[in-house]
Design a protein around this ligand. Structure first.
Ligand code: GLP
Length: 262
């Protein structure tokens, strides 16, 4: 199958719209254009827009493209993020807070950026503090990546709950997730990777009016196939996007390479 530049193949799996692009750059630009148009249209209807941002390698080119496109009034955006390592300070280069300060906040000056304080002395109180910020008003948009085990944010299969009563919680990270952090050179060795993390829960993610999920590279091909072609289950938390009314999954050709219908 030939894919024409900038023209994704688009199909639907249950309620989930899936876009496949020939390469990561085109995916990033395609997703950024869709997000830009959405932001411009809702900023026409409301004074502020609340967004949950993801981190990870899948977001880098997309965030760059979104910022480079211009035309979005970031001073009316209120930003949150999905997850953070327990015990890691904002200044630590491995924190998601640092990633987002460098890649987003310093460049676009949003109205507010609410960060999870990884080094808070009372983690349960920190979960409550962040939950109260999140649940004040609806979340308009959520960006997501996919873990190799199908996690979204840090909702690992072992702790994922589609009906979670919490907005934010502390979770124990799975061994595979921690190993991948070492493989990606984020930490020097497994013992340096925190064992616990804060995560917004699955109902918090699903409460967003629109979800934009990105997955790139061959390492995601297996979980993408399972999550789209098998049953919807907490064993592959990402599969729940198939029940959200406005979720969009953007794949590059490598992440889509095992799909029957690619
Ligand atoms: C980490 C983050 C997730 C993110 C995932 C995907 O595990 N906790 O929020 O979705 O990475 O990573 P990538 O963007 O590198 O595919």
């Amino acid at each position: 199958m030939m894919l024409v530049s900038n023209t994704p193949k688009i199909f639907q799996i249950d309620d989930l719209s899936v876009n496949i692009y020939p390469c990561e750059i085109e995916l990033a630009q395609g997703a950024a254009q869709i997000v830009r148009e959405y932001l411009i249209s809702i900023l026409d209807q409301q004074t502020e827009v609340r967004i949950l941002l993801a981190t990870g390698s899948s977001q880098i080119q997309f965030l760059d493209a979104l910022i480079a496109l211009g035309g979005v009034d970031w001073s009316r955006l209120i930003l949150f993020h999905l997850d953070e390592y327990l015990g890691v300070e904002a200044e630590d280069k491995n924190s998601f807070c640092y990633y987002l300060q460098e890649r987003v906040e310093r460049r676009v000056k949003p109205k507010q950026f609410h960060y999870i304080k990884g080094d808070a002395t009372e983690p349960i109180t920190e979960c409550d503090r962040y939950a109260n910020l999140l649940n004040k008003q609806p979340i308009d948009l959520c960006f997501l990546g996919i873990g190799q085990n199908g996690h979204i944010a840090f909702n690992e299969p072992s702790v994922a709950n589609f009906n979670d009563p919490h907005w934010v919680k502390l979770v124990k990270l799975e061994e595979l997730t921690r190993q991948i952090q070492v493989k990606q050179d984020n930490f020097p060795h497994i013992d340096a990777v925190p064992q616990y993390a804060y995560t917004v829960t699955i109902p918090t993610i699903l409460s967003a009016r629109k979800i934009i999920c990105l997955a790139t590279g061959i390492s995601k091909a297996g979980i993408v196939k399972t999550a789209l072609e098998e049953e919807i289950t907490v064993s592959y938390p990402i599969s729940i996007l198939r029940r959200h009314g406005d979720a969009n999954l953007f794949l590059d050709i490598n992440a889509a390479s095992l799909l029957e219908n690619r």
